[in-house]
Design a binder for this molecule. Structure first.
Ligand code: FCB
Length: 442
């Protein structure tokens, strides 16, 4: 029986994404570990603990899972506090460990993508002011140089910084990430220094590896006015979009950052984007509110007419993925979807979420927009920051008390997608028949 299908171009990267602190375990020398020890910081007082025990060696079995299910790429991060445990010390054992991991990916036929900074910072760095300090960008570039030296034999896809907008927003305005500040000026300082750090790291990486492809991973949120007929809501949604989605990417392309009424010139960050990593999860409806001055006069909520995830963290809005790629394309760099997924311990929503979001990527690719890969968040359940273990994003589930992995049916679905390099009607029928009329109207 011939099948109707959507195919991706040959060479498209299919993988999952992970981050060091969320999977390694025992990352005792960074600011998140410290944060987890403080009362009231993490839901139900949960801790990263052993996480998925990747530092103890379980990356091997998880990389086997990824490779055996047809994935040809993996995005992972390296932990700065392990590699540079003190300002004047580099840990060669840690670098060897990461070298072994990336070799493990390559030997399993997977292209590694390495993130250099994924939310965590060494304790010593925070003691000297973290990303508020003007000296941090250069320290980060030096760290990047050390990592590239160690891994360049196996890696040429680099993400400098994961979601700098989320890091600055949640850590310095909302206060739910360390250092838990509510300080607009600090947030702006952090944003500009992150852009500088990216720019310096970009140059360092290229200085050591000519063929390197260097990008950053931007969290794109689809902001829509809650009441489309109300100009104040339209204004508020626009403001969120400019602040959250545009500011960092404009900095690393045009060398300018606009944050509300402040405008920064960042020549050291201009033209430092070989590819744009797009992390897309959900949409926010934005309503103007005079009482919400500190949040840009905006109240955000998830759209009420969409499927909502278990803990009300994500609304499934697949066309927001298309919107994100349309937006990203305007910056002129090729793109990768560096994260996309949904928290769903019972796998009730995930199969449909995966199919419909990948279908939107296919639409973009079909318009000949340069999208070269998709990394699902995530391979195995992992430690979800201030939400601890309450959110389960894995294709495989994790029992934290035994380290046992349990395959969810989405893992089989994703394996079929990776193997076909596309989506066909049979798999939609099998895993998410409710999505069939939307994708393959018979
Ligand atoms: C992203 C983060 C990632 C993970 C997912 C669910 O914002 O980059 O580490 O927590 O959300």
């Amino acid at each position: 029986m011939p099948h109707a299908s959507f195919h991706f171009p040959p060479g498209f990267l299919w993988g999952t994404a992970t981050a060091a602190h969320q999977v390694e375990g025992n990352n005792t020398n960074n600011n998140w570990w410290d944060w987890e020890q403080q009362e009231g910081r993490i839901v139900q007082g949960q801790k990263s603990g052993l996480a998925d025990d990747w530092w103890g060696g379980r990356w091997r079995e998880d990389f086997d899972r990824a490779a055996e299910s047809g994935q040809n790429a993996h995005r992972m991060s390296v932990e700065w506090s392990r590699i540079q445990p003190a300002p004047d010390r580099w840990d060669e054992h840690a670098l060897d460990h990461y070298r072994e991991m990336v070799r493990g990916l390559v030997s399993r036929g997977m292209t590694p993508m390495i993130t250099l900074h994924h939310f965590t910072d060494p304790l010593w760095l925070m003691e000297r002011g973290g990303w508020e300090d003007a000296g941090t960008p250069a320290l980060f570039a030096a760290f990047a140089g050390r990592v590239v030296e160690a891994l360049k034999e196996y890696v040429n896809l680099w993400v400098t910084i994961n979601e700098p907008n989320v890091y600055a927003y949640i850590g310095y305005l909302e206060g739910a990430f360390p250092p838990g500040k509510h300080d607009l000026n600090a947030a702006f300082r952090v944003m500009t220094n992150l852009a500088r750090g990216h720019g310096l790291a970009y140059k360092t990486i290229h200085g050591q590896q000519k063929q390197a492809q260097v990008g950053l991973a931007q969290n794109y949120r689809s902001f829509q006015p809650a009441r489309s007929w109300l100009p104040l809501d339209v204004w508020a949604a626009r403001l969120q979009h400019n602040l959250f989605n545009n500011s960092m990417v404009k900095a690393v392309t045009a060398g300018k950052m606009d944050l509300l009424t402040s405008h920064f010139r960042l020549p050291e960050a201009a033209h430092t984007l070989d590819f744009l990593g797009v992390n897309y999860y959900t949409r926010d409806m934005v309503a103007f509110s005079l009482g919400a001055a500190s949040q840009g006069f905006s109240l955000r909520s998830l759209p009420s007419d969409r499927a909502i995830s278990e803990n009300r963290f994500i609304a499934s809005v697949p066309e927001g993925m298309f919107e994100a790629l349309k937006w990203g394309r305007a910056f002129g760099a090729p793109m990768m979807v560096t994260e996309n997924g949904v928290e769903d311990s019972t796998d009730a929503l995930r199969p449909r979420y995966i199919i419909e979001h990948i279908h939107q990527i296919w639409r973009a690719v079909n318009f000949n927009w340069p999208v070269n890969g998709y990394f699902h968040w995530s391979l195995v359940d992992n430690f979800e920051w201030e939400r601890g273990w309450t959110q389960r994003f894995g294709l495989w589930g994790l029992d934290t008390s035994t380290q046992a992995r349990k395959k969810r049916s989405s893992a089989d679905l994703y394996a079929e997608i990776c193997r076909l390099n596309g989506i066909d009607d049979a798999m939609v029928q099998k895993y998410a028949p409710e999505a069939l009329p939307g994708l393959f109207p018979g």
